[in-house]
Design a protein around this ligand. Structure first.
Ligand code: ATP
Ligand code: MG
Length: 224
């Protein structure tokens, strides 16, 4: 389902120096597989998710999703591919402030060729406990509620892979389990592969597969 091969990713620092972040020989996630990615702050977890999602391009290497190497696509092509095949829960939510909770979920659908499905958007918002907040804009939602909208939006399109960057970080412990359950159940029902970044040990312990980024990343191994 997801295959990374010989990935290198670095950033250029303001002084022009190259800052290597990722050096990954191979990383695979099977169809419908659910796994967690852990690692210290600044180790490159978000950078890796961005590379998988085609938000940023690796310096070299292959990012194959559903049989397609997305590094060969143009930026617009990657945007279209992401809208159709990839769900992303951003660490910082990225909700559109001018739109209501329901509209934010529906907007995720309008970037694809499929017609927006209001019933599914409402159902997902209901499942994250926001059935009574459909018309609230992000500014009128609590931080945890915004994060729940972001989860609903990421699942709206029935993606093939869901990338979730600390989706429970801003949610109180009582509701964290509900979000994790929603993500996992929806992924299971629809055979969506799941890559979730989390720092929460209780969440990690529920997964059969937990990858430590430093173990698969040559750059981090060198820095150790
Ligand atoms: N655009 C950029 N230009 C230069 N350096 C960057 C850029 N984006 C990220 N970095 C650096 O890359 C490293 C990895 O960042 P990343 O956001 O992937 O970390 P992370 O593992 O997600 O951390 P956290 O757990 O705090 O979210 C950091 O040291 C960061 O400073
Ligand atoms: Mg991060």
């Amino acid at each position: 389902m997801l295959l990374l091969k010989d990935i290198q990713k670095s950033f250029i620092e303001p002084d022009g120096k190259t800052l290597p972040i990722l050096g990954i020989e191979e990383f695979c996630v099977a169809r419908g597989e659910q796994m967690v990615l852990v690692g210290r702050s600044g180790s490159g977890k978000t950078t890796l998710l961005h590379v998988i999602a085609g938000i940023s391009r690796p310096d070299q290497g292959v990012v194959e999703i559903a049989g397609r190497d997305i590094t060969q696509l143009s930026e617009a092509g990657r945007d279209r591919f992401r809208a159709e095949k990839i769900g992303y829960v951003f660490q910082t939510f990225n909700l559109l402030p001018a739109f209501s909770a329901l509209e934010n979920v529906l907007l995720g659908m309008t970037f694809t060729r499929k017609a927006a499905n209001v019933a599914r958007a409402r159902e997902l918002l209901d499942r994250v406990g926001l059935g009574q907040r459909l018309t609230h804009r992000p500014a009128a939602l609590s931080v945890g509620e915004q994060q729940r909208v972001a989860v609903a939006r990421a699942l709206a399109n029935k993606p093939q892979i869901l990338l979730a960057d600390e989706p429970t970080a801003n949610i109180d412990t009582g509701n964290q389990q509900q979000i994790v359950d929603l993500i996992r159940e929806t992924c299971r029902e629809e055979e969506v592969a799941l890559v979730m970044v989390t720092h929460t040990p209780e969440v990690c312990s529920q997964f059969d597969r937990v990858d430590e980024l430093a173990e698969i990343n040559r750059v981090a191994k060198r820095a150790k």
